[in-house]
Design a protein around this ligand. Sequence first.
Ligand SMILES: NC(=O)c1ccc[n+]([C@@H]2O[C@H](COP(=O)([O-])OP(=O)(O)OC[C@H]3O[C@@H](n4cnc5c(N)ncnc54)[C@H](OP(=O)(O)O)[C@@H]3O)[C@@H](O)[C@H]2O)c1
Length: 262
Amino acid sequence: MAIENSGVAGKPGELAGRRAVVTGGSRGIGAAVTRGLVEAGATVVTSARSEPPHSPPGAAFVTADLSTAAGVSRFADTALDLMGGVDIIVNNAGGCRSFQSVLELENDWQYTMDINFLAAVRLNAALVPAMRRSGGAIVHVSSIATVAAYPNLLHYAAAKSALETYSRGLAAELAPDGIRVVSVCLGNVETPASRRARDQIVGPDGGNPDDLIEQWAAEIPLGRLGDPEDIAEAVRFLVSPRASWITGSNVVIDGGKTASLY
Ligand SMILES: NC(=O)c1ccc[n+]([C@@H]2O[C@H](COP(=O)([O-])OP(=O)(O)OC[C@H]3O[C@@H](n4cnc5c(N)ncnc54)[C@H](OP(=O)(O)O)[C@@H]3O)[C@@H](O)[C@H]2O)c1
C-alpha cells in the first residue's frame, strides 16, 4: 500500500471539517463522489488497487485491494492515520468482473461477495468505532440488479442484496450514535465498468456497441444512462446535514427504470 498524496485538508463548504473515506475513487462513480465531497469542503481519502493516471484532485489516494480483510484493515488504518478520524464512509468499490451462470460456483461468487458486500462490512467495522464519538454518515453503493433478474448476474445481485439488507440493519443499530446509514440503488451509469460490460456483451464481432447503449437508454424513462455526477450529487446530499432525518433508506437512482418495471 502506498500513499500517493497525503496531508490534504478540506476547504470551506457544507462539509467543511468533515473527514470522508470513499472506496474505489480512481474512476467512474467513486471518482465523481470524491470530487463532489472535496468541492463541498470535506477532507477525503480514497483508494483503488491501481493508482489512476491523475490522482483525484484534493484527495489523498491509497492503493489497496479491498477484496481481502488485510487490504481493508490496512486501508482503514491509513485513512485514520491521515485524517485523525472519520465522519463519512462511502462504500463504492465493487462491480461485476464476469457474467456467469448461477450454476457455476468455481469462479466469481467468493470474490463478488468479498468486494461488493464484505469489503463494506469490514471497512465499517474498522471505522465505526472512530465515528461513534461524533456521529456521521455511511453510504453503500448498490444496484438495481437487486430488483430485476438480469441474466448471468445473480452472484453480483445477491452480493448487492446482502449489502442493502445489511445497510438497513446497520442503520437501526447505529442510529443511537447519530450515525446515519443509507444505500443508493443505481441503474445503468456510464462509467468504465459499464463500457466494459457493453463491450463484453457485444463481443468482438457482435456489432456496434453504441447500438446497445441506445437500447439501454431506450429502456430508461428519462431516456439516457446516468452520469457519475448524477450519483455524486445524490451522495453529497445524503451525507450532508440536509439529509439529517434520512437513515435506513435505499434510494433508487435509475432514471425511472425500475418504476417502469411495475
Ligand atoms: N456503472 C453502473 O452502471 C453501476 C450500476 C449499479 C451499481 N454500480 C456500482 O457502483 C460502484 C462503482 O461502479 P463504477 O461503474 O464506477 O465502476 P468502475 O468504473 O469499475 O470503478 C470501480 C472502482 O472500484 C475500484 N475497485 C474495484 N475492485 C476493487 C478492489 N478489489 N479493491 C479496491 N478497489 C477496487 C476500481 O479501481 P481498481 O480496479 O484499480 O481497483 C475503481 O476505482 C460499484 O459498486 C458498482 O457495483 C455501478
